[in-house]
Design a protein around this ligand. Sequence first.
Ligand SMILES: [Zn+2]
Length: 119
Amino acid sequence: MADATTAARTRAFLAGTPAQVAGARSIRYRLLPQIDELRDTAADRLRAQHLSARTAEGFVLAIEGAANVSAERSASWWIDHRGVRPELLIADHSAGTDGDRCIVCCGARVRAAQRRAAR
Ligand SMILES: [Zn+2]
């Protein structure tokens, strides 16, 4: 659930042009509470006993993905990822917010390379 704490976390946080920050703010404001909830659920399940190593690993990756996404400061990153479901967002960024598993990040890297090549 979005609240004043989430709003404060978002306001002070984002980096980009004023227009990018304004756009990214609402995307992040909407997604962060869902990401926090997924992280909390994964942490709760991880505390359960008799998990297989594979299951536990999945919860650890979800927690790491949520931490990486929550820490992302680039306004353009949030705008690029605006249509991505929270579950996919944390799954695809467990190794970092420029992870090779994310089709959005891969596309952004390709576009950046194309811009450099065009100069
Ligand atoms: Zn991505």
